[in-house]
Design a protein around this ligand. Structure first.
Ligand code: CA
Length: 227
């Protein structure tokens, strides 16, 4: 796995790179944000420090997202909730607050890599049959971010897929609205339940299997894992 490390602090980079290499990763380091989008070839995961000397890390993230689906793991020393949310809104896949444990960093890198969006559904990890949930003719491939209904790929937005994946992983157990909102959006707000309902309605329509995502009145939703 090749990591683009965007980090201006020499000491942090000097500590991080050997640690990542020990975990079987290779790294390219950039000590500024400008031009990051030109360095994405062959990169599997971007580790992005938000506090950069030239441009704001958020803007780097948005610029990357405009040209690439490469997973971006934001690392921030700020630790502000607003910043974390902004990080996710700017297209980041996950965030980590400094100081962090290297083991946790490596785990998060692997997690965002596994969850990455694979254009056309072709890529490493395909065809293993692992990490997917099947109900009738619907297959939710959690590793490849892919949903297949009756042999046809169904295109979902990232949030729609995240909602579906969370329900599928729960294997028929009820996920409460607040759990889903917290997991998928990373925060709650006054209109969150309504937004969730809209996503579920769209999901049902796109899947063409309205019974698959069941409403548990007053609680949340469950995946009809038993068909
Ligand atoms: Ca920095």
């Amino acid at each position: 796995m090749h990591i683009l490390l965007i980090e201006d602090d020499d000491r942090v980079a000097a500590a991080l790179r050997p640690a990542l290499h020990r975990h079987g990763m290779s790294t390219t380091r950039l000590d500024h944000g400008r031009g990051a989008v030109d360095r994405l070839d062959g990169v599997d995961v971007v580790l992005l420090d938000l506090g950069l000397p030239d441009i704001d890390g958020m803007d780097v993230c948005r610029a990357i997202r405009e040209v690439s689906e490469v997973p971006v793991l934001v690392v921030t020393a700020r630790g502000e909730v607003d910043d974390r949310i902004l990080g996710l809104h700017s297209g980041a896949d996950d965030y980590l607050v400094k100081p962090y444990d290297i083991g946790e960093l490596v785990a998060r890198v692997h997690a965002v890599y596994r969850r990455r969006r694979v254009p056309g559904g072709v890529g490493p990890g395909s065809g293993t049959g692992e990490d997917s949930v099947e109900v009738g003719d619907v297959r939710v491939d959690l590793g490849r971010h892919l949903v297949v209904v009756a042999g046809e790929n169904v295109t979902l937005t990232r949030k729609e897929f995240q909602v579906l994946a969370m329900l599928a992983r729960a294997d028929g157990a009820v996920c409460t609205r607040s759990q889903i909102v917290a997991e998928v959006w990373g925060k709650s707000w006054p209109g969150a339940n309504r937004t969730l309902d809209v996503h579920v309605a769209t999901l049902r329509t796109k899947l063409g299997r309205p019974e698959l995502v069941q409403t548990v009145r007053g609680v949340g939703y469950r995946f009809a894992a038993d068909g």
